[in-house]
Design a protein around this ligand. Structure first.
Ligand code: BDP
Length: 715
């Protein structure tokens, strides 16, 4: 159990789970009119393999139309083929693009997709039921919430510091795509990844870092992109790439990359035509421009929309889309007191609403800053009614423990997806904005920065894979229940043992709130080292730096005043009802208080606690929660294979220890700064603890540690 098959292990069910079901089980799979190497063919082989694994039955596979209504048959087809070959589907079903119909009633099974991809999704859904030992009769149609459901990979072609293709903010090893500036010869992990993506309904992938290397566009690499696309195609996953805006100059021999220059336009048009020759179903371009040092149209005093439309026009004849990221800010000009990076996206994009071509989608990070442990929804979601938008979520745990901490993310994501923006005082949930429903757009959707690598666990930790699984599930249905999702994932990944399911679900559901508890509370952000690693406690690094994230903590007060009346005005970027709520401390929820307000440490929360006491309590409670994780896990010994048992235990023990470093680092930092003691006298008082520097250490050397919060007495 290396983890390589993730939730698609197709482990044999115990006899107790299959009892009474095997005799009546279908004995053949009939796949109608499958295109060569397309998703229907994958559906067929996957069903065969899955049923063999889960039930031990070796089913016949055929493509004979005669079998449409035969008994004990699993029919897999597109709706169109089904109608023309087998007649009407009854009851009449309403399928959207990529949707499917699944009917297991009686002793036959129908898996009918709106397209081939939909049929593949239906097949995976059916296998998930079987894998969980669920033989109940179901009959339903399922449609995705939005058309764009993409993984983003931040893979570098070659990093200066790494011999092998590295992944920015990736914790699962080297790239599965790139090595030494080129696309790898051995792409054997690509179809395996495609299978995982398809199994949770994801239909696209951007394969390279948003901080893009122009060399991806050289002819050798474009041939490689074709090879990658050929390997993803059977899984219904279309490939896109991130662009470097300056490519015509960096890679071509033009003297400019001005988006309105005719030679530049021709350069991009030719490149795009070439890409479509190689990859006719190419998905589109992802663009990060004029942010964090990336080139963009602003260099030539052109607008961001002029920049986006350059690509939109080149790709439009081929049917592709341009995903333009709203993560645009200029940290070097935002260091003064009044400036607020949280304002940047609306400042840059609001006035451009209506100026983007129809095939441009604006991809917005869920919050206004950057994947913090708690943020409000980005106000930009409600500031561009004329432009389709998608939400960017981070599956890779950049600020959230980097796969060394168990943090199950769907509860965080759902605080955003379920947030009501009250556009024009009307109900307008983020999930309905990104689906295109609220502002009536065809385009819309989800991007998840997944960052899998060559590691057998894909993203660096077994338990973290529930976030990948859940990202797909939520992009399909943002109202799905996070607990149901992790239950399903656990059964498929670890088997049906009730103890195992209960333990993993329990830890997962507590984990985000625990991490928020011992990292950063009340909307103050994650309090990690902000300057480089984004890992470990370093509250001091949050202030006075060019990255524009500030706690504004001094000896008496803390928090960022983002009100209109007195602060950076960020609260005023939201629609009126929401703006009013965030403008005042009385109506701001406690968990976002310090995001919007600058208050004394002694300020009383709705909970009745003071801010500083909440800090202390949350840090102790959060750490105490994860202290129990190793014990919970140990209770599963013998019920989980020894390989994964040991790996997970190691990580949970590490997390338990690191949560103490966090707890004490942050608590002491604010105790020192505020001089207000913890009412329960815990901070600085650890009678039973043996400090590292008091131990006899052989084979170790003492060193100074910076930031000091990460160390025991600075060593
Ligand atoms: C930040 C990451 C950085 C990314 C950037 C982005 O730290 O590595 O390049 O976001 O999303 O969170 O562009």
């Amino acid at each position: 159990e290396s983890g390589i098959d993730a939730w698609l292990r197709y482990a044999r069910l115990p006899a107790s789970a299959t009892k009474g079901h095997l005799n009546s089980f279908p004995n053949r799979i009939v796949v109608l009119n499958a295109s060569k190497n397309g998703p229907l063919a994958s559906a067929s082989s996957e069903l065969h393999k899955g049923i063999k694994g889960i039930l031990g039955l070796d089913l016949d596979v055929s493509s004979s139309v005669k079998s449409c209504f035969a008994q004990k048959t699993i029919v897999v087809s597109t709706l169109e083929t089904y109608k023309s070959s087998c007649g009407k589907l009854s009851p009449k079903v309403n399928l959207k693009e990529d949707g499917y119909w699944l009917n297991t009633k009686g002793n036959s099974v129908q898996i009918i997709g709106q397209n081939e991809r939909g049929a593949l999704y239906g097949a995976f859904q059916y296998l998930s039921l079987l894998g969980q030992g669920d033989f109940s009769d179901v009959e339903y149609a399922s449609n995705p919430s939005a058309p764009v459901r993409w993984a983003n990979q931040w893979d570098n072609l070659n990093a200066a510091t790494a011999a092998h293709g590295s992944i920015e903010r990736g914790y699962g090893g080297a790239s599965i795509f790139f090595d030494s500036g080129l696309i790898k010869e051995d792409l054997s992990r690509v179809p395996q990844y495609g299978r995982l993506l398809a199994s949770v309904g994801l239909n696209g992938i951007v394969i390279n870092n948003v901080n893009a290397d122009a060399n991806l566009l050289n002819e050798t690499n474009l041939q490689g992109v074709k090879r990658i696309a050929d390997l993803f195609r059977p899984w219904g996953v279309n490939v896109g790439i991130s662009l470097n805006f300056a490519s015509p100059q960096v890679l071509g021999d033009l003297t400019t990359f001005d988006p309105l220059d005719s030679t530049v336009i021709k350069w991009w048009t030719d490149k795009t035509d070439r890409i479509y020759q190689l990859v006719p179903d190419f998905a589109g371009y992802l663009v990060k421009a004029n942010s964090e040092g990336q080139p963009g149209p602003l260099t030539y005093n052109r607008t961001l929309s002029e920049g986006a439309n350059l690509f939109a026009k080149a790709i439009e004849p081929h049917g592709g889309i341009v995903v333009f990221r709203a993560f645009v800010y200029d940290q070097l000009n935002e260091t003064d007191w009044k400036a607020d990076r949280a304002n940047a996206a609306v400042q840059y994009f609001k006035e451009l609403d209506g100026q983007f071509d129809d095939n441009v989608l604006i991809q917005i990070k869920f919050g206004p800053i950057d994947f913090q442990v708690r943020e409000p929804a980005s106000p930009l979601f409600a500031n561009m009614p004329k432009t389709p938008v998608s939400i960017e979520l981070e599956v890779t745990q950049e600020y959230l423990g980097q796969q060394c901490h168990l943090v199950y993310l769907p509860p965080l994501w759902q605080t955003i997806l379920g947030f009501d923006m009250r556009y024009n005082h009307r109900q307008s949930y983020i999930r309905d904005i990104v689906s295109g429903e609220v502002f009536n757009h065809k385009l819309g959707g989800y991007a998840g920065v997944v960052n899998v690598g060559m590691d057998d666990t894909w993203i660096g930790s077994h338990l973290a894979m529930s976030n990948f699984f859940a990202f797909g599930r939520l992009a399909w249905n943002p109202q799905a229940d996070s607990q149901d999702i992790v239950e399903e994932w656990t059964r498929l990944t670890f088997g049906l043992s009730r103890d195992v399911v209960a333990a993993i679900v329990d830890m997962s559901m507590k984990s985000w709130s625990a991490y928020e508890g011992y990292s950063g509370n009340l909307g103050i952000q994650t309090l990690t080292d902000i300057l480089y690693t984004h890992y470990g406690a370093n509250p001091a690094s949050q202030d006075n730096n060019g990255w524009g994230q500030w706690t504004r903590a001094d000896s008496k007060t803390i928090g960022m005043d983002r009100t209109v009346s007195n602060g950076t005005g960020n609260a005023g970027q939201y629609p009126k009802d929401v703006a009013n709520m965030f403008e005042h401390t009385q109506t701001t929820p406690d968990d976002l208080l310090l995001w919007f307000h600058h208050v004394p440490y002694t300020f009383k929360l709705h909970s009745g606690k003071t801010v500083i006491q909440h800090f202390y309590d949350a840090h102790y409670t959060g750490a105490a929660t994860v202290q129990k994780f190793p014990t919970t896990w140990k209770s599963l010994k013998g019920q989980v294979d020894s390989e994964r048992y040991a790996d997970v235990l190691y990580r949970l023990q590490y997390q338990a220890g690191h949560s103490l470093v966090w707890r004490d680092g942050i608590s002491e930092f604010y105790r020192n700064l505020s001089s207000i003691p913890d009412k329960l006298n815990r901070v600085r008082n650890h009678p039973h603890r043996i400090e590292a520097e008091d131990m006899q250490l052989s084979g170790f050397t003492k060193v100074d540690v910076s930031p000091t919060e990460c160390a025991s007495k600075y060593k």
